[in-house]
Ligand binder design. Structure first.
Ligand code: CA
Length: 335
């Protein structure tokens, strides 16, 4: 069965280096030196990330992946001045285009956007879609501690709706104050606190909350054809939609529909490499197989089992498996 995976990362060494010239992103400013060193190691140590040859092709072969949708895992840091950020983003997308242009059957790409300038971000999205054939944009975390439900970011979502391309959401480190309050404790080691605050839990809820804020802002009433992709099986939100409907009714939110309607109609979900049968079955039951797409989160997750077997061996029907493996991706990303 053909397999298309959506959260497969790439980074360019030149972009990583240019980024680092401007210091740490704002969310790391309040951390002590030890913690900062840990973060920087985690962000930049993976050489498979910058590799587009042997390691990646071997992984794709082993996991039976026919096509990866590539994206930068590290966005341009919010410590980079606006004008420089715009230039760096263009260069980053140009590098990505070189790859998809060289291997058009193996790779497509999500654009990275200069979030410090929403007007320029919308223009860059249009450039990447129209000139480079990119299939959407990937947005990581927040920018200068701002969530993107703020009105100033509307041009980006308006452009995605106009171009009929998806916005894929990705976690990033969360502000130090929030990490301290919720995740660090004297009762367990600091490195556990760091993992709890980031990939072990905290940054996932951050994305789930971010998407919920956009739902509450009425973004999908403004742009009914706008589509989001939420990784890690929906970042914790699928278990809360009934409760949100119960408490935040349209009479209070002023939205045209129930909150769960937007999560079922406008939002699509991927496993991001969390190969859990229970999650898969739950998500298909709640959102339908036509709202689930495949993603392995290369190169961050190591698999000892082929992901295709995981999907093929599941209890889903053949039709459902095909939708998840590639048909939804082809339909939504216009591949
Ligand atoms: Ca990822």
């Amino acid at each position: 069965m053909k397999i298309i995976t959506l959260e497969e990362h790439y980074s360019n060494l030149e972009i990583i280096e240019e980024n680092s010239k401007y210091g740490s992103p704002s969310y790391l400013n309040e951390l002590d030196d030890d913690t900062l060193e840990f973060y920087n190691k985690m962000r930049n140590s993976n050489d498979a990330l910058t590799d587009i040859n042997d390691k990646r092709f071997k992984f794709m072969e082993e996991q039976k992946v026919d096509m990866q949708i590539l994206s930068y895992t590290n966005p341009i840091s919010d410590s980079v001045p606006k004008e420089e950020a715009i230039k760096m983003v263009k260069k980053a997308n140009d590098y990505l285009y070189e790859i998809v242009n060289k291997y058009p059957q193996k790779f497509k790409a999500f654009a990275t956007l200069p979030m410090s300038d929403p007007i320029e971000a919308a223009k860059e999205l249009e450039r990447c879609v129209k000139e480079y054939g990119f299939v959407g944009a990937l947005i990581s975390g927040t920018h200068n501690n701002k969530f993107y439900d703020d009105e100033e970011f509307l041009p980006i979502f308006a452009k995605a709706a106009e171009l009929d391309v998806v916005i894929s959401w990705h976690p990033e480190y969360i502000p130090a104050k929030i990490q301290q309050h919720y995740y660090f404790s004297n009762s367990y080691p600091k490195n556990i606190g760091m993992q709890f605050a980031s990939a072990g839990f905290g940054w996932h809820l951050d994305v789930g909350i971010h998407i919920t804020r956009l739902v509450l802002s009425g973004i999908f009433d403004k742009f009914p054809n706008l589509k989001f992709i939420s990784g890690h099986w929906g970042e914790g939100i699928p278990f809360m939609i009934d409760r949100m409907d119960q408490i935040m009714k349209p009479s209070a939110t002023g939205l045209k529909k129930k909150i769960s309607d937007y999560f079922k109609e406008n939002i699509y979900y991927t496993p991001s490499g969390i190969l859990s049968s229970n999650q898969l079955e739950y998500m298909v039951k709640i959102f339908g197989a036509n709202h689930i797409l495949w993603a392995l989160d290369y190169p961050y997750i190591n698999f000892d089992k082929c992901s295709t077997y995981f999907l093929l061996d599941s209890n889903l029907t053949d039709e459902e498996k095909e939708l998840i493996a590639y048909k939804n991706a082809e339909r939504i990303l216009h591949i």
